[in-house]
Design a protein around this ligand. Sequence first.
Ligand code: ADP
Ligand code: MG
Length: 279
Amino acid sequence: ATMPPLLAAIANAGRHGVLVKSAVVMERLGTTTKVAFDKTGTLTRGTPEVAEVRVLEPALSREELLRLAAAAERPSEHPLAAAVVRAAEREELSLPPVDDFSALPGRGVTAKVAGHRVDIGAAPAEFEVQPGCTPVLVRRDGEPVGLLAITDQPRPEAAEAVAATRALTSDPVLLTGDTAAGAGRLAEHVGITDVRAGLLPDHKLDEVEGMRSSGHRVAFVGDGINDAPAMATAHAGIAMGGAASDLTLQTADAIIVRDDLNAIPAVIELSRRARRVVT
Ligand code: ADP
Ligand code: MG
């Protein structure tokens, strides 16, 4: 017997590096009219670097600031946290132990370091850093004590994949927890003009729901724990497999196992071809 077209398409998607979890998903992918992308770890490589460490509290040295920030970030799984820890390691700073750590998805982290409450997360708009960098504010006992500028390179194939996606669907959209300033340059580089910034995880979900209720069939592509709600709401949730969290991999309908965004237009096309055979 010949393989049913949707199963053959699943096998083909596998060859493109995408694990499609069911025939229903394989069929649905072809009906996508809009693709929404997460930024960090999805359109970017997700291996950010600290480009600047700026002290805002004169009593604190640059090393002390970096040590405080890296200690608080060490338990976090967020790519920005990993960048801060790497920066401290490069300078061979010893990190004090932390208490009472918690990650606030889409916001940052909070922890107790050497008797101080340290909060790290998105900086308000008045804290400007160089273009293309994400501004991260470090607070100690509620007071801003430092500003980190973090850069993350776009994936090399991102612009090409976004263009191919646009040709198959409609204008793609960027949904990010980063600031508009931090996201703008990347958006321009990859060719996305519809940028919705400063979104908490639930706001990403709201955006997906909004597009769905205006008639779109939305595929959402993300990698973080913060992306799981939006992924679950989308008509197809796609996870970047490389560094995605377990929850994200479980929630997703399809997983890009080889880190290549071109897999997205590829599976949409495979689905459409299979549907033409089926119907
Ligand atoms: P994205 O939507 O681009 O993947 P996230 O929702 O994960 O980004 O994070 C949104 C913003 O929250 C980041 O740009 C950063 O400002 C802040 N943030 C989240 N987690 C952390 C963290 N561990 N350390 C510093 N900042 C963080
Ligand atoms: Mg992300």
